[in-house]
Design a protein around this ligand. Sequence first.
Ligand code: ADP
Ligand code: MG
Length: 252
Amino acid sequence: MPSDVPSPPSVSILPLEARAVSLEAGGKRLIKDLNFTLEAAKSTIVLGPNGAGKSLLLRLCHGLLKPSAGEIVWRGTRGRDPTPYQAMVFQRPVMLRRSVAANIDYALALRKVPRAQRRNLIEDALHRTGLEHFARHPARVLSIGEQQRLALARAWALTPEVLFLDEPTASLDPNATHVIEQVIAAFDAAGTKIIMTTHDLGQARRLADEIVFLHQGRALEISTADDFFAGPIDASAQAFLRGELLWRTPDP
Ligand SMILES: Nc1ncnc2c1ncn2[C@@H]1O[C@H](COP(=O)(O)OP(=O)(O)O)[C@@H](O)[C@H]1O
Ligand SMILES: [Mg+2]
């Protein structure tokens, strides 16, 4: 296809490839030589202890951070800007001082979605996340679990091809966690590629097709969830799976 003809939106920006990606900050190597390819079909969970570099990895993939070396490549873009095909939900949602519906509307306006289309998208997103009755409530009075659902509703309205989630249930109780996991499963069922971090083994078992195990900035194991939970090869991953605390060791 000639490069000046826009690709149809049905062409995926995936797979996502990390090529020898490293990140340095404050004189430290925080992310070390990451190499992987993430395909459309599988939900990917980035698993690892606190401080492993999970959030940094997600920010690198989403384009919020630039690698110090190596590159992040969206192999399917065919010259398109990959940004509008992605959404990200953070550990602590940030809401505008507006109503729940207006928060979603704002996200759509930023993406230049015509006003006439926004109402249906907002209604569908509120419905998907069980927030219909909160539409006119100020977003900032919602509980943390409801705010996280609103963050997912904002993402849903954008119909992303790829959804990044950074420990979206880290501060939630089991009930609120269950609701969030159901919404994540709905994204997956709708064809959205999930790339999510967690330090919660149970959550990884429930949601992952594929595991990237991260420790001290390195991807020590990348495998199917079945293989990973049947018994990882890497010793740190084995210890993590046994529930042992992993300590940071000084870098050579
Ligand atoms: N801007 C920065 N400068 C220096 N160190 C940082 C910076 N951002 C993160 N770190 C460090 O990098 C490591 C990985 O951080 P992070 O990705 O947040 O871990 P995780 O999400 O796995 O808990 C941590 O030790 C953190 O303190
Ligand atoms: Mg983190």
